[in-house]
Design a protein around this ligand. Sequence first.
Ligand SMILES: [Fe+2]
Ligand SMILES: [Fe+2]
Length: 276
Amino acid sequence: MCTVLQLSDLHVEPAGVLAYGQEDTAGKLPVVAGHALELAKDVGADVVVVTGDIACDGNETAYRQVADAFSIFDAAGIPVRFLPGNHDRREPMRRILAGYFGDFWSGDRLDQTVRVGGVRLFLLDTLQPGRHWGAIPETVLERLADELSDPAPAMVFTHHTPLTCGMGVMDEDFGNREAFLKVLAARPDVRLATGHMHRAILQTTGANVVVTAPSAALAIPVGFTASAGDCFRLEPAGWALHQWREGAWNTFLGHFAMEASYAGPFPFAGAVNPED
Ligand SMILES: [Fe+2]
Ligand SMILES: [Fe+2]
């Protein structure tokens, strides 16, 4: 059995700075980490995976705040593993959050393998500096295909989702989309869990279940117009819990018990996708 608590899209700003002028993500951070630790202990989580947009603009101060907030997991003996999103920078993440990664696949990117008993988690880095949308390089897909040729149970995590859902501006390109889905399709028992959409979404490809975790901050209202996805509301932080049990992945979705005004919608004005 393997139990994974997934958090996504913390969008942490330096203390005192509101994300997009509205949400106190720095103040929310230790509250979210505290609730996450409580949940992880309650369900016996083996690992916590945070699927990107850790900082709101790649700010080093934000990564230090994240390292400090998640250090409470160290004492509990529960490992935390981070992936980058489009609002992150690889170099400061790797440096400041050292100790919070699995086995890296390369010296520069943040693709990694996390092993929990006989279950393998493949955390794939989809960050393209300066761009909002994601991609997976051919070499990473080749490695993934090779890893998945081993029939042992596995799950794949990314920040960006390769699937579209009709939410206007969030439906974007995904580099190597078809090749990625083809690699996954060879293993229908493998689940893909993503972030980036700031809303819980369950989708299927031809073979695989894809689940997008709700965000810890800046919740995007559901909408199907061309401009849908360009605004957010102030909601409680969400979570996803994935458990490999009796030959299948079960995914549970929920929110932490915390105050929220649900105010909005507010625009993602001045969003930054760091270029380095
Ligand atoms: Fe995000
Ligand atoms: Fe994102």
